[in-house]
Design a binder for this molecule. Structure first.
Ligand SMILES: [Zn+2]
Length: 154
């Protein structure tokens, strides 16, 4: 990890940051949704599976606006994003991959990777059209399947 705000608990606000807690859990092997620890990010299966294979890429460095990352951390995160995106696309054989960074609820820099299926009648709309199913973590066996499939495609 690099950068002045790297690491859970570092960088002033990190102690109470849910994103730093997410990263720490992944690095310490406490997150059953972990797909992979990458050089500048951790990739986890999303908390819901409204779009099968939905994953989240968390910056290992704490930042609230991605463009404020030091250049090396930005470059590293984009490299990890490319790798994670290719793996999710390959594992899910998706029609289109939607990549979104919002940070309204959890400000710590992260990107949502939503695989869109060709048979989704709402495939031309944004992923939040499926928000009504965001509370459902999905079947445990299916979650294990996606974790292994995406990990295998990295
Ligand atoms: Zn954080």
């Amino acid at each position: 990890m690099s950068g002045p705000q790297a690491g859970a608990g570092a960088g002033g606000t990190g102690q109470r940051c849910p994103g730093c807690a997410q990263v720490a859990a992944a690095l310490e092997g406490r997150d059953p949704s972990l797909i992979a620890v990458l050089p500048h990010a951790v990739l986890v299966l999303g908390p819901h599976q409204a779009m099968p294979g939905y994953s989240v890429l968390w910056s290992r460095a704490h930042c609230e606006e991605l463009h404020r990352l030091p250049q090396a951390d930005w470059d590293g995160l984009m490299g990890d994003l490319r790798r994670a995106s290719a793996a999710v696309e390959a594992a899910t054989a998706c029609h289109k991959l939607n990549i979104i960074s919002l940070g309204n609820v959890v400000r710590h820099g992260h990107l949502h990777l939503y695989p869109r299926r060709a048979d989704d009648p709402a495939r031309l709309r944004h992923p939040y059209v499926h928000e009504g199913r965001f509370g459902d973590p999905g079947d445990p066996a299916q979650r294990r399947h996606w974790i292994q499939a995406i990990r295998g495609a990295l």
